[in-house]
Write a protein that binds this ligand. Structure first.
Ligand code: FES
Ligand SMILES: [Fe+2]
Length: 396
């Protein structure tokens, strides 16, 4: 986000606040709950959205040094192994041994290695994915070509510190993966220089879209977050922009933004005056607060189950030191727990919503005019799903 955009966005909020308004959609939107509970919809999502398009899976700073790796539980039982190879290049492999499919690294585990040795029979792979060792290979597998037994590698690319993959092995990644405005937004957040403080992983009994929706509207702030966020934010006031696809930026202004009108423009600071959300749907949501960024990774496991991974990204230790000071550690730990506390308020609601939807008593949901980002999200979702207007009309 360049300085001009930062100023423009703050002015937009001040103007809306002065009129007592927010960013509207022209009308309300109604959808059947079918899309949150149905196996048929879920299968179509996996095929068309999660497998059929490039997807952001994480950030390069999750594996900052040569040999660093992390295993990510992914859709359809897949496990991804994100590795920084010996040439400082990030690669994404299937976390599956070419002998008999064992997992090389347990879910959620990370670290730094020169080689990955399978826990079953010790076939061993380099960080470039080549099979470099296998006990008694010549005696047992003399008719196989060792060179053809490297790890399965997905096409991947890092753009502005974000790691993109295509899970369809036959597909190349398109030249443009991020709009210029999104790139500039991630530069503004200095994503490439962030460090992982801690991560947390858990499974929720809710559809991934319900969880995403909770992150892109402020209508619920004064109610669901009355004791946590509400005292600091401007209630049901938010603005958002998109530059195509399911990517967007949302501004959730804090009460401190109102002070901007009495400050010279050079004192306006978006990081302090608002929370900024960037979504790279369907899988990633970034929540930027003044001194940290929460990366929220969503992996749908079934229509009613989603794995959530929270990764707290923070600035590297000051003064080129390798370790955070005690004061920094204390602050990061407080923020790590605070994010979880606030998200839990959303997640509890999300699980109850899912249970109600599965009961089938109330058969539709309505998005108000001021929940305009939800309308946008579902319009893009339907496009990505390949629904034509007739199917959509039937589904409503
Ligand atoms: S399954 Fe990996 S070495 Fe046998
Ligand atoms: Fe929320």
């Amino acid at each position: 986000m360049d300085r001009q955009t930062e100023i423009r966005l703050i002015k937009d909020v001040l103007a809306l606040k002065a009129k007592g308004e927010t960013q509207y959609h022209a009308s309300t939107q109604t959808h059947s709950t079918e899309r949150y509970v149905s196996d048929v919809w879920f299968k179509q999502e996996l095929d068309n959205i999660f497998l059929g398009r490039p997807m952001a899976i994480g950030v390069a700073s999750e594996v900052p040094n040569v040999g660093d790796y992390i295993a990510l539980d992914w859709i359809k039982g897949m496990s991804l192994l994100m590795v920084r190879d010996q040439h400082n290049h990030i690669r994404v492999f299937a976390n599956a041994c070419r002998h008999r499919n064992a997992r090389l690294v347990e879910h959620g585990k990370g670290g730094c290695k020169k080689k990955f040795s399978c826990p079953y029979h010790a076939w061993t792979y380099s960080t470039e994915g080549e099979l470099v060792g296998a006990p008694d290979f010549e005696r047992g597998f003399s008719d196989l070509d060792k060179k053809a037994l490297g790890l399965i590698e997905f096409n991947s690319r890092v753009v502005q510190g974000i790691v993109f993959v295509h899970l369809d092995l036959d597909q190349q990644l398109p030249e443009t993966l991020l709009a210029d405005e999104m790139k500039s937004g991630f530069d503004f957040l200095d994503i490439e220089k962030q460090r992982v403080y801690k991560r947390r992983s858990y499974v929720l009994k809710a559809n991934w879209k319900i969880l995403t929706e909770g992150g892109i509207e402020a209508y619920h702030f004064n109610v669901a977050h009355r004791n946590t966020l509400a005292p600091f934010f401007l209630g049901n006031l938010s603005t958002w922009e998109t530059w195509g696809g399911m990517d967007m930026r949302m501004i959730l202004p804090k009460k401190t933004m109102l002070e901007a009108s009495s400050l010279p423009e050079d004192k306006w600071d978006m990081r302090k005056m608002a929370n900024i959300i960037y979504t790279l749907s369907p899988s990633l949501l970034f929540l930027a607060q003044p001194d940290n960024i929460s990366l929220i990774r969503m992996v749908p496991l079934s229509p009613g189950e989603t794995r959530i991974e929270e990764v707290l990204l923070v600035d590297a230790p000051k003064n080129g030191s390798n370790a955070w000071s005690e004061e920094e550690l204390k602050r990061h730990e407080t923020n790590h727990n605070l994010v979880y506390k606030i998200l839990s308020e959303d997640w509890l609601l999300g699980e109850a919503i899912q249970a109600n939807m599965e009961s089938g008593v109330v058969k539709e949901v309505h998005f108000g005019r001021f929940e305009s980002a939800l309308t946008w999200f579902h319009t893009e979702y339907e496009k990505a799903l390949g629904l034509d207007n007739r199917m959509i009309a039937r589904a409503v």
